[in-house]
Write a protein that binds this ligand. Structure first.
Ligand code: HEM
Length: 491
C-alpha cells in the first residue's frame, strides 16, 4: 500500500515552487540566546506554511518556511549524540577542506571570500527564513513583522538575500529555468500526467518514506525520553527512538554569482574566431549546446536545429534512442550531465533497451528538487544577448540563489556536483567539466574548460572557457517537519 505523504506536516516549499509568489527573500539568522530563540520558534512554528496550501487561492497572500544549520540545531539543544544521527555532510557543513574539494570551491569561489556561510561561531548562520509573497508590499510587510520579532528574541539578522523574478522564468544568462523537476509520488501531484521515469519515491526527498532503493532513508532521531510532550512519531528503524527527520528534508543553499557579460562575450568571441556568417544565431546555438536547451527552454534533444516555442517547457524526452551519440544535445551539456536520463549507462550490456531501462531506474536515485531563485538586477530586462553585449553595465552583482532539496546530500547533490558537473572525463569526455558551472582548475592551476560538441564528420571543440559562475556563500540546512519544529521549540 502506498504511504501517502503527510502534506500537512511537510513545509510547503519542499513540494511546491510557489510560482504564483514572485516576490521572495531569504533571511539568514543567528540566535544569541537559546531560550529566546526557542520562544521565537514556538511562535513561528504556528505560522510556517505547510504543503496543503494552494497558492491559487486568493486568500493566500504569502508563505513562510524555515531551515536550520547544524550550529542552529546545537543552540536549540540538539546534543552531539543526536547530531551524530544526521549525515556527515550536514554535521561538518559546506565549509571544510574536504567539502571544498568535493564541490570545487577554490580560487574566487574559496569560502574565505564568501559573503556568508563562513562566519565564526559568534556570527554563524543558524537558520534561514524563506519568505514568499504575491506582492512586493506583501513581502515588505512580512519582513518588517519578522524584523520586529527578531529584536525581541535576541536574533541577529545577518543577511537579507533578495531575489528577482526575471522575464519568462529565465535565469540571468537568459535561459528558461525550472523546467525539469522530478515529481514526488504520493504527494498529491497530478501523477497521471507524468512520464514514469520522472515519478520518484518520496524517500528520495523527505525522510520517513521509502526511497528508490526500497528503503527508508537514514533519518535523524532522538531518544524517546527527550520528547517529553510526545510530539514526534516513533522511529521506524530503531526502537526507543523518535523520528526527528520524518516529513523533513535537507536543503542545499549555494549563492552562485553569474558573470553574464563575460558569458556572452566569450560566446561572441568564440564564434567570431570560427568565422561564421551570422554571429548572433551562432552565439545562441553555442550557448544552447552548452546548456542543452535553447534560451526559450526547448530541449536540443527534441529541437536540435532551432528553438521551437511549442516545446519550451517540454520535458518528456530521453537521449538513448534518438541522440545516443550527442549529435543533437552534446553529451557534456549542463542538463545532459546533471541528468543523463535514459542514457547514463552507455554500452554496459549488449542491449540498448536494457541499458535504457537500467539507466532510468538508476537515475531515479540521483535527482534533486530545485527551488532556487535569481537575484540582482538583470543587465537588460529582456536578457537578450545582443542587449547584454551593448550594455554599459559590467558589474557582476547578480546570479542564482541555488536551493535544492534531497534526503541524502552526499548521494544526490554532492555526487551530481563532483562526479558529473566538475568531472572533466564525464561519459568519456577528456577535459570537459560542465561548461556553465564546472570548476576547470580541477585539472590543474590555470586550466580552462573545453566543450566538445559531437558532430559529423568531426566533433567541434570550444576551448579556453573560463569560469562564468563563482560561489559567494552557502550552507547545508535541515528543513524540519512542522511537528519537528514544535519539538525543537520544546525540547
Ligand atoms: C548559476 C548556476 C546555474 C545555472 C545558470 C543553471 C542553469 C540551468 C538551466 C538553464 C537549466 C535548464 C532548465 C530546466 O530544466 O530547469 C538547468 C537544469 C538543471 N540544472 Fe542547472 N543551473 C545552475 C546550477 C546548477 C547546479 C549547482 C546544479 C546541481 C548541482 C544544477 C542542476 C541542474 C539539474 C539537475 C537540471 C535539470 C536537468 C534535467 O533534468 O534535464 N544546476 N540548469
Amino acid at each position: 500500500m502506498a504511504n501517502k505523504v503527510e502534506l500537512e506536516d511537510v513545509q510547503g516549499i519542499i513540494i511546491k515552487g510557489y510560482g504564483k509568489m514572485p516576490h521572495a527573500a531569504y533571511l539568514l539568522l543567528h540566535f544569541n540566546e537559546k531560550q529566546k530563540a526557542k520562544s521565537w520558534l514556538t511562535d513561528i512554528a504556528e505560522k510556517v506554511t505547510n504543503a496543503t496550501l494552494s497558492t491559487k487561492d486568493d486568500a493566500v497572500k504569502h508563505a513562510i518556511n524555515i531551515a536550520f544549520t547544524q550550529k542552529g540545531l546545537a543552540i536549540l539543544g540538539i546534543n552531539d549524540t543526536v547530531m551524530n544521527t544526521f549525515s556527515r555532510e550536514f554535521e561538518e557543513g559546506m565549509v571544510t577542506p574536504h567539502r571544498q574539494r568535493v564541490l570545487g570551491d577554490f580560487g574566487e569561489s574559496d569560502p574565505k571570500h564568501w559573503d556568508w556561510g563562513n562566519e565564526s561561531d559568534k556570527q554563524a548562520v543558524d537558520a534561514v527564513l524563506l519568505l514568499y509573497a504575491k506582492s512586493k508590499e506583501g513581502l515588505d510587510s512580512l519582513i518588517e513583522a519578522q524584523q520586529k520579532s527578531f529584536d525581541t528574541h535576541a536574533i541577529s539578522l545577518l543577511n537579507r538575500l533578495d531575489t528577482v523574478s526575471l522575464h519568462e522564468n529565465k535565469e540571468h544568462f537568459g535561459f528558461r529555468d525550472g523546467i525539469a523537476q522530478p515529481v514526488m509520488k504520493d504527494a498529491g501531484r497530478r501523477e497521471e500526467k507524468e512520464h514514469s521515469a520522472n515519478l520518484i519515491n518520496p524517500g528520495e526527498f523527505i525522510f520517513g518514506y521509502k526511497n528508490e532503493y526500497d528503503q527508508y532513508p537514514f533519518s535523524p532521531n532522538v531518544p524517546s525520553e527527550m520528547d517529553h510532550q510526545d510530539i514526534l512519531t516513533p522511529d521506524l528503524t530503531t526502537q526507543g527512538r523518535k523520528d526527528l527527520g520524518k516529513n523533513g528534508s535537507m536543503l542545499v543553499f549555494r549563492q552562485m554569482q553569474q558573470d553574464v557579460v563575460g558569458f556572452w562575450k566569450f560566446m561572441e568571441q568564440s564564434v567570431t574566431e570560427q568565422g561564421v556568417d551570422d554571429t548572433s544565431a551562432s552565439m545562441d546555438a553555442l550557448a544552447a549546446k552548452m546548456v542543452g536547451r535553447w534560451r526559450n527552454g526547448s530541449p536540443l534533444a527534441k529541437c536540435p536545429l532551432e528553438p521551437n516555442d511549442k516545446y519550451k517547457t517540454f520535458d518528456n524526452f530521453g537521449y538513448a534512442q534518438h541522440d545516443f551519440d550527442g549529435f543533437k544535445c552534446p553529451i557534456g551539456a549542463h542538463i545532459r550531465r546533471a541528468n543523463p536520463r535514459d542514457n547514463f549507462l552507455r554500452n554496459s550490456s549488449n542491449s540498448k533497451e536494457k541499458d535504457m531501462e537500467k539507466s532510468q531506474k538508476f537515475m531515479k536515485r540521483f535527482r534533486i528538487l530545485r527551488r532556487g531563485r535569481s537575484y540582482g538586477e538583470p543587465i537588460s530586462p529582456t536578457l537578450d544577448p545582443k542587449e547584454v553585449l551593448s550594455s554599459s553595465k559590467t558589474d557582476k552583482d547578480r546570479g542564482l540563489h541555488f536551493l535544492c532539496f534531497n534526503a541524502n546530500i552526499g548521494r544526490q547533490f554532492e555526487l551530481m556536483q563532483q562526479t558529473w558537473i566538475n568531472n572533466p572525463k564525464f561519459a568519456g569526455l577528456y577535459e570537459d567539466p560542465d561548461p556553465i558551472i564546472g570548476y576547470p582548475e580541477i585539472m590543474g592551476k590555470g586550466a580552462t574548460t573545453t566543450f566538445t560538441a559531437q558532430e559529423q564528420p568531426l566533433r567541434k571543440k570550444t576551448t579556453g572557457i573560463p569560469r562564468f559562475v563563482q560561489i559567494k556563500g552557502g550552507a547545508y540546512f535541515f528543513m524540519p517537519s512542522i511537528r519537528a519544529l514544535k519539538f525543537l521549540a520544546n525540547c
